[in-house]
Design a protein around this ligand. Structure first.
Ligand SMILES: Nc1ncnc2c1ncn2[C@@H]1O[C@H](COP(=O)(O)OP(=O)(O)OP(=O)(O)O)[C@@H](O)[C@H]1O
Ligand SMILES: [Mg+2]
Length: 466
């Protein structure tokens, strides 16, 4: 097979950098062409078959961002890797917003730039073959995330069972969907069920379906979600919320790929690939007897552990740029960048709500911004919101000093009152919306429902009337 070498176009005003990149990439079998300014670079791009561009961001003449924009106007898919000595977050955000594939800070080491280039070229090859485009919406350059992407590519096409561990908002569902789309089942259903959202009886009939007359109100036969997922992927979210009874039933499904609808007598066979997710420490739950060990091993064949965003802060500007572009285009607004102060806020925040919180913050900021810049006052991060100043996320226990009378107290009752106050506050903030309030309090749906009942609160009393 006579294959053309891949061609890299280097655009940098510094001659030594152009020469250096030529040497290291030619050694690896690439063809390298180069230009010393943006205008010449564009000329070369138009007249050659270029597979990847490495460009500086700070150049005299046509600026790096204008160059990137001009490249994008001509070609939406050629990967562009931006290098710059001005390694501020602002430029990273800007580069990502303009659709750069990645971002490299000077000084860089050879291995680093080589691996970024190789990945970019591979992923483009896959995208052209129509395989990789579905991973495109997952942003991340942190080493741990890159390992996860590699892993997904390797295991997606197999039928192996995957358990995704990660805090809320780290992207578990996104990963589960990528596994499905990268699989041979991609043209069949991806079915998702959240175990925390249903009481037992309902979860069972959701999963397995029921036959007519199985229980009061069951008028006809209903197909379970497992059957809907036949030949596709079944994503079971928040598996840690499954009751012990359901765990037994589900274990049987996993072992035999068969089940009985509620009230039914005959078993049904299904062919599904299982992907599950949890934001709880399942192995700790196994140790404490809260989760079945045998089921845990069945689910955790391949674990994928998503790091919380605060442990991959270098991804924050990449994600911020990505969301900025996404929402600016959705809302048809010309928001382009973050002010230095806004960048600093993103950088100094610990992101308890992870990527979801970042996405929501940027979305809101884009909506609020009236120019081309997102300013600090457009970002409402916990503890920085004007109305919540000082509340922050410091543990409550650090903020209250217990005053204990000599005659003692009723601790249970005090804690219950406190719990009631927080639940009421959350419910009124969320307009009586139970699952939103649960999210605010980091409770599962199941447990907020239980608490609301136990404390005698009336959810409806919190629905604002207007
Ligand atoms: N790496 C990423 N790149 C781009 N978007 C991301 C990434 N990770 C998460 N998101 C976005 O953040 C939001 C939350 O992601 P997702 O729903 O997958 O999180 P989750 O871990 O399932 O959260 P939860 O435990 O609360 O259900 C989604 O809108 C998703 O698209
Ligand atoms: Mg989720």
């Amino acid at each position: 097979m006579n294959r053309r070498n891949k061609t890299i176009l280097v655009i940098d005003d510094e001659k030594s950098m152009r020469e250096y990149l030529k040497i290291i990439f030619r050694k690896d079998g690439y063809d390298v062409i180069s230009a010393g300014n943006g205008g010449d670079g564009l000329g070369l791009f138009e007249n050659n078959q270029v597979d990847l561009i490495i460009q500086d961001l700070k150049m005299p003449g046509l600026s790096g961002t204008d160059l990137l924009r001009a490249i994008r106007e001509r070609d939406e898919s050629v990967p562009v890797i931006v290098i710059t000595a001005y390694s501020t977050w602002d430029t990273a955000v800007e580069a990502m917003r303009l659709g750069a594939y990645g971002y490299i800070k000077k000084p860089f080491d050879n291995d680093n730039i080589k691996s970024v280039v190789q990945r970019a070229i591979e992923s483009r090859g896959l995208a052209q073959a129509g395989i990789d485009k579905d991973f495109a919406d997952i942003i991340g350059d942190h080493a741990g995330m890159r390992r996860i992407f590699d892993m997904i590519k390797r295991i997606a096409p197999t039928d192996v069972t995957v358990l995704i561990h990660g805090e809320s908002g780290t992207g578990k569902e996104l990963i589960a969907r990528a596994l499905h789309r990268g699989s041979l089942r991609a043209d069949k259903q991806f079915v998702t069920i959240n175990c925390g959202a249903f009481p037992d009886a309902l979860l069972e009939s959701e999963l397995f379906g029921h036959v007519k007359g199985a229980f009061t109100g069951s008028v006809g036969d209903k197909r379970g979600m497992l059957e809907v997922a036949h030949e596709g992927t079944f994503f079971l979210d928040e598996v840690g919320e499954m009751s012990p009874q359901m765990q037994v039933k589900f274990l049987r499904v996993m072992e035999n790929q068969e089940f009985k609808p509620v009230g039914g007598t005959t078993t049904r066979k299904v062919d599904v690939r299982f992907v599950t997710a949890t934001n709880r420490d399942l192995s700790g739950m196994v140790d404490n007897g809260l989760f079945r060990e045998d089921l845990y091993y069945r689910l955790n064949v391949i674990p994928i552990v998503l790091p919380p965003l605060r442990e991959r802060m270098e991804d924050v500007p990449l994600l911020a740029g990505h969301f900025l572009a996404k929402y600016a285009s959705k809302m048809k607004k010309d928001v382009r960048r973050l002010s230095p102060e806004a960048s600093r806020m993103l950088k100094n925040y610990d992101w308890p709500g992870n990527v979801r919180e970042l996405e929501n913050s940027i979305q809101r900021a884009v909506a609020l911004s009236d120019g081309d810049v997102i300013n600090a006052e457009h970002l409402f991060l916990h503890g920085t919101h004007p109305g919540r100043a000082g509340i922050g996320r410091a543990p409550l226990a650090d903020k209250i000093r217990p005053v204990l009378a000599a005659e003692g107290m009723d601790l249970e009752k005090e804690l219950e009152d406190l719990e009631r106050k927080y639940l009421s506050e959350a419910l009124s903030m969320c307009n009586g919306h139970l699952s939103k309030a649960a999210e605010l309090l980091n409770l599962t749906f199941r447990s907020i429902r239980y608490k609301v009942k136990k404390l005698g609160l009336d959810r409806k009393a919190f629905v604002a009337r207007n």
